[in-house]
Design a protein around this ligand. Sequence first.
Ligand SMILES: NC(=O)c1ccc[n+]([C@@H]2O[C@H](COP(=O)([O-])OP(=O)(O)OC[C@H]3O[C@@H](n4cnc5c(N)ncnc54)[C@H](O)[C@@H]3O)[C@@H](O)[C@H]2O)c1
Length: 373
Amino acid sequence: MISNLNALKNKDSIRVAIIGLGAVTRNIHLPAYSILAKKIKVVGGCDTDVEARKTAREKFGITEVFDNPLKMIESTVPDIVSVCTPPFLHVEQTLMALENGCHVFCEKPLAESLPRAVQIVKAAEEFGRQVVVNNQFPYMNIHLGAKRMIGSPEFGRLLFLQAWQTFHPTHDTEAGWRGELQQRLCFEFGIHVFELARYFFEAEPVLISAQMPQPQPDKFSDTLNLITLEFADGRAASIILNRLSKGPERYLDMRLDGELASVHTSIGGSVGIKAGIHTREKRPFLGIDFVKGGSAVLQKGNKSKIIAKDGINPFASSTAHHFGNFIKAIQEGETPPATAQDNLKTLALVFAAYESAKSRCAVKMDEYLGNIQ
Ligand SMILES: NC(=O)c1ccc[n+]([C@@H]2O[C@H](COP(=O)([O-])OP(=O)(O)OC[C@H]3O[C@@H](n4cnc5c(N)ncnc54)[C@H](O)[C@@H]3O)[C@@H](O)[C@H]2O)c1
């Protein structure tokens, strides 16, 4: 059952089997795997829901479909198992895949608590397998483009990062397991922003302070996250996740302020015509922006230039990039980026944010992490 490194190295295609055939599999994983079709083969899928299995078979051409993950692994012998189920199943299914000799590509959030995530890290070590978490946002072109600017002569050092989301929850977005999460917004979405903050600053925040006010007491979960991250050298990030606003939706916007310029990244397609007058220079301007999946814009005062764009599905293309790094690393016997071990630091920020909001005190991350190791 356990495939050894040489066998993987010489394989034309890596065998991937998927647990959970819901939205993330249909909209992100399968499109990502088709980008990587020369390197991987989807050998099986598994879901407890009969409709999800039918769709996977009839619409997505997964012929080997199961209702039980262990049966799937025993029958299809995958090299990698992708865990695409709701978060409360990630630990047990990841452990099961590791115990059966597979590497794991697990959806975020890795676990519902830090001690449970540590169990995964220990099992990966014990079984000599890799677990990578799909916090894929750093691999969107716009975030790669922004990262390239950091430290460049045009941008200088990154000093401050501001991130914001305005999103309208609907019956559909809150259906099923999501609507049952009391820790919802920061746990399920904020985790992407924390991963990006760690990626851009290349440092770990030393202090986190969060408020999660609830102006609508009938709401079950967090709908407003006001979060500050501070780094040891005085740099900082400010994050506002807003699911109350009825204004235009912005999936995720970020402004990175450097010593010499700023970069504004924005996920989400738009076509915009801008016209107006730059007041200081008393100069009119007209511009047309067309971006499909997102853009990164370098800004210096009123001057701006697009430095990167994403296509229509940046979630899938970034997952393909991330998964491509994963298979390259396991074929070469190296440690891939964004392992479960690394992801503990991102996940810790999520739980520390909830603790800070509850206690109304800032949380020191070294003490917080010290308590769980
Ligand atoms: N990385 C990203 O950009 C991204 C985007 C969306 C969702 N996600 C994550 O992906 C995960 C799944 O989200 P989703 O939107 O696909 O949810 P979903 O509810 O659409 O799909 C989950 C699927 O798992 C199946 N399932 C439930 N219990 C199972 C079991 N015991 N064995 C096998 N299958 C089972 C369900 O029937 C369902 O089809 C979550 O952790 C979510 O946070 C990540």
